[in-house]
Design a protein around this ligand. Structure first.
Ligand SMILES: CC(C)(COP(=O)(O)OP(=O)(O)OC[C@H]1O[C@@H](n2cnc3c(N)ncnc32)[C@H](O)[C@@H]1OP(=O)(O)O)[C@@H](O)C(=O)NCCC(=O)NCCS
Length: 206
């Protein structure tokens, strides 16, 4: 199911260990309905009932909350094929963001803290939005949430690798300020269904 039939929709940000840390309204996202509003903890239920009548949908973004690994595989497998061992990547990650509409996970990000240039950095291991929900701003909003979190977490950088041919992803990252930091030939040489060359992309936060 795609989100098209759900519009207008409301985005609500939940973070497991920091529930008051809700996302601020974001006027810059042209894809969101201008009449949108963000719910807060106290009136969630009342808000959800109102949303039902207004035909709105809440998109929840959870950070490091409990998630089912098979749900992550359901996101990543159709997008990346058998390129990766997902259990290994899930174990590698110490940060996970999962996006839900009701009980359906529609997007996810795996990330881990690493050093970059001798500074704390967040490395994005996998970033994916279910095909039927792509192109409507979910990836942009999710990456923005991750950037805001990483700033608060006093990291200086976010970085990642992407195939040089992945125009959609490169546009998304560049839109939010990432730069192509280096060209890495043959980075994906051992992954058969990927083009071999990658860009390492970097967002400098300070
Ligand atoms: C890359 C991906 C995460 C983007 O998520 P998304 O929710 O579709 O992204 P958005 O709707 O927020 O669009 C973000 C930007 O991507 C670009 N984009 C989106 N759809 C596009 C398309 N069909 N063609 C070209 N660029 C496109 C645009 O620049 C867009 O910004 P704009 O609408 O303001 O111009 C998603 O397409 C995906 O999961 N792809 C498969 C897995 C993948 O490649 N992951 C990244 C690996 S590094």
């Amino acid at each position: 199911m795609g989100l098209g039939m759900y519009k207008p929709y409301v985005v609500q940000f939940n973070e497991q260990q920091n529930y008051h840390n809700r996302l601020e309204d974001y006027d810059d996202n042209k894809k969101m309905n201008p009449s949108r509003h963000i719910t807060n903890n106290d009136n969630d239920i009342e808000q959800q009932i109102t949303n039902m009548y207004n035909n709105t949908t809440i998109v929840n973004v959870y950070h490091n909350t409990n998630f089912a690994p098979w749900q992550l595989e359901e996101i990543f497998l159709p997008l990346f094929g058998n390129a990766y061992s997902f259990p290994v990547l899930i174990n590698m990650s110490d940060h996970t963001w999962c996006v839900y509409i009701e009980n359906e996970m529609i997007a996810a990000v795996l990330a881990t803290k690493r050093l970059f240039d001798n500074s704390q950095a967040l490395y994005l291991i996998l970033f994916g939005v279910k095909k039927s929900y792509q192109g409507i701003g979910i990836g942009t909003k999710l990456l923005d949430i991750i950037i805001q979190y990483t700033k608060r977490d006093h990291c200086n950088f976010i970085f990642l690798h992407t195939e040089c041919s992945n125009i959609k992803a490169i546009r998304l990252y560049e839109k939010l300020g990432f730069k192509k930091e280096s060209f890495v030939p043959n980075y994906y040489r051992s992954i058969s269904n990927f083009r071999p060359d990658a860009y390492r992309m970097l967002l400098t936060l300070k």
